[in-house]
Design a protein around this ligand. Structure first.
Ligand code: TRP
Length: 340
């Protein structure tokens, strides 16, 4: 048997998303464009974490099911190439559930309750004392995701750092208890660029806040969103000096406008006074339409060919399952669970 990942010596990188809604510009800046770059220098797995999404969506399984395909379309439309990246559906790999079941014995309930991300999510969801056990314990499932593929790097937002820490605690515990080096510690790779604010000026672009620009947005939706983009409330008349701090129009231009010289000039003019918001927004609209137009076209073409998309997901999942099965086999042996 070939040991895992020795046919391909590139380091393994794994990321995932809960498929609960379409992806937006915030995802693009924070993760998608990095994935497009990483796929050339790493062995990359990208997981549609539908089982994790169910931990707080058992009453809305249709949403999860639908968004598996929507998010897969987003991935491929931005340039995640299934020839270079393995895209997989979490729920279709039962070995991940098996690993989770073992790992749950290597964490305490108290430790799970202390996980700051889980804690915050419990608060946001208003679970109070009625926390689904699967929700409380999903960090063990995420540890299974990461270790099954022997990922050494996990690109994630800052909020996911506690998950990687908990994964590494499980890894160290497992390897120490069974005197082996089967599981690998992983490192979080947090993007340097901060979060993209929402169009309303809130710190985070997020579906639940309703302040997103989706990757599949139509030209009209983009136009409408740009109109709403938060600028400088003190910039009332064109001749007034404007402020760049907290000005979402300029923050987006910083993120997406490739003509940096013209942008710097525009900023100076804005700060000096004499440049209206409408000019800034006109430029922002051009930049966003140019960037999102081709993504939308690819997305629409792929959406016409669901058969192809499902084939990509099936092949990716099958390939990923082989890797996960090898790790699970090693884990079973270490636990003395190989009888036949
Ligand atoms: N918890 C991640 C999120 O909410 C999604 C996720 C599931 C993930 N499994 C993962 C991220 C494994 C990185 C690695 O965004």
């Amino acid at each position: 048997m070939t040991p895992p990942n020795q046919t391909n010596t590139l380091p393994v990188i794994l990321t995932g998303d809960r498929p609960t809604g379409p992806l937006h510009l915030g995802h693009f800046v924070g993760s998608l464009r990095n994935r497009v770059a990483y796929q050339h220098s790493y062995q990359q797995f990208v997981m549609l974490a539908d089982a994790q999404a169910l931990t707080d969506n058992m009453d809305d399984i249709g949403k999860v099911h639908r968004n598996v395909v929507e998010v897969a379309l987003d991935y491929m439309a931005v340039g995640i190439d299934p020839k270079l990246t393995t895209i997989l559906i979490q729920s279709q790999i039962p070995e991940l559930a098996e690993l989770t079941f073992y790992y749950l014995n290597l964490v305490t309930v108290a430790r799970l309750e202390r996980n700051p991300t889980v804690k915050e999510e419990i608060r946001q969801r208003g679970f109070e004392r009625d926390i689904p056990a699967g929700f409380l314990t999903y960090p063990a499932s995420q540890a299974a995701d990461i270790t099954a593929f022997k990922a050494s790097l996990v690109p994630v937002g800052e909020d996911q750092i506690p998950m990687i820490e908990q994964t590494n605690e499980i890894v160290r515990r497992f390897n120490r208890m069974y005197n082996c080096e089967i599981l690998m510690e992983a490192r979080a790779l947090v993007p340097e660029i901060g979060r993209l604010p929402g169009i309303d000026g809130k710190a985070k672009m997020s579906k639940s806040l309703g302040n997103t620009i989706n990757l599949g947005a139509t030209a009209d939706e983009i136009r409408a969103a740009v109109k709403q983009v938060y600028t400088d409330p003190l910039h009332l008349r064109v001749q007034d000096p404007g402020h760049l701090e907290g000005n979402v129009a300029f923050m987006y231009l910083d993120a997406f406008d490739n003509d940096k010289a013209a942008l710097e000039e525009m900023k100076a003019h804005y700060v000096r006074g004499g440049l209206g918001d409408s000019i800034v927004k006109k430029r922002l609209e051009v930049v966003l339409q140019e960037m999102l137009g081709p993504i939308r076209e690819r997305r629409e073409a792929l959406a016409q060919d669901k058969g192809y998309v499902m084939q990509v997901l099936k092949e990716g999942t099958m390939k990923a399952r082989e890797v996960a099965a090898r790790t699970t086999d090693e884990v079973r042996r270490a636990l003395g669970l190989s009888y036949f």
